[in-house]
Write a protein of this length. Sequence first.
Length: 274
Amino acid sequence: MYASNNPYRPIRTEVLETIQETPTIKTLKLKPEESISFDTGQFIELTVPGAGEAPFTPSSEPTVKDVLEVSVMRVGKVTERIHTLKAGETVGLRGPFGSGYPLDEFVGKELLVVGGGCGFAPLRSLMYELFRRSGEFKKLLFRGGCRTPKDFLYRKQIEGWAKRDDLDMELTVDQGDGDWQGKVGVVTTILDGLKMDPRTGIAVVCGPPIMMKFATMKLLDLGFKKTNLYLSMEKNMSCGFGKCGHCRLGTYYTCKDGPVFRYDKISDNPNIWD
Ligand SMILES: Cc1cc2nc3c(=O)[nH]c(=O)nc-3n(C[C@H](O)[C@H](O)[C@H](O)COP(=O)(O)OP(=O)(O)OC[C@H]3O[C@@H](n4cnc5c(N)ncnc54)[C@H](O)[C@@H]3O)c2cc1C
Ligand code: FES
């Protein structure tokens, strides 16, 4: 169900707060004029007057309907402008669009979540839901990596995850600093020795395309089935709901059939990682 009856019409949304998470990523707390419901993994389109529109995946708790958060990496025109927004300014919001994580299919299974860099944003929303329903899964594992310790989103919060009894977590950085006590190496280096059965376990992967590619290959090597891997795909988007064709991925529209795809559905597509 879209926040507005007309999926093209952005609804007026107030920026309540901005948080500088890393040198290039800011989190915005947003209050739409009408409350919105989203499933974890779905995305929204944010319109910034004078700059344009771009898709983002809420990083906040799906159960909170009146305020949502997005974490935005500064890469170009729209995201540069988003980084200048201050509390009290307004943006437009369309959506939510697409299909999110099929959590009911994960019930009773061992579940591994693998995140890299900006991929922590959608995954935080997923983790809120997994923690809320934690008793329903056989086991929960999280493996995450970033370039340097400064690039971790939600660092304080993630330190809290490390203390949870219902989560087996490990983090790594490509390059450490004086304070970093954890592992050093790309995220695939912490996928060995997982305490779960890869033949029956589910894995969710979200991050930059290169990380998703190598993590997927590694998980297949470890024995995970294509039908048990879920990826969040990012393609150029425009309408957001299957009308314009900008986001084609083989026979699918990423905006409508994704952005979360089961790997076996898209693995034959040659430009999946572009
Ligand atoms: C479903 C979906 C969910 C997303 N969720 C998030 C999120 O939660 N947080 C976040 O920071 N970003 C997210 N993105 C990526 C974000 O939409 C782009 O970074 C943004 O559109 C760039 O706009 P721009 O005008 O700032 O950059 P542009 O000026 O358009 O481009 C600058 C650079 O970014 C690259 N780029 C542009 N658009 C995309 C894109 N859609 N995906 C990847 N690279 C792109 C370009 O190739 C170019 O190198 C998501 C994208 C999709 C499709
Ligand atoms: S963005 Fe228009 S069809 Fe997907």
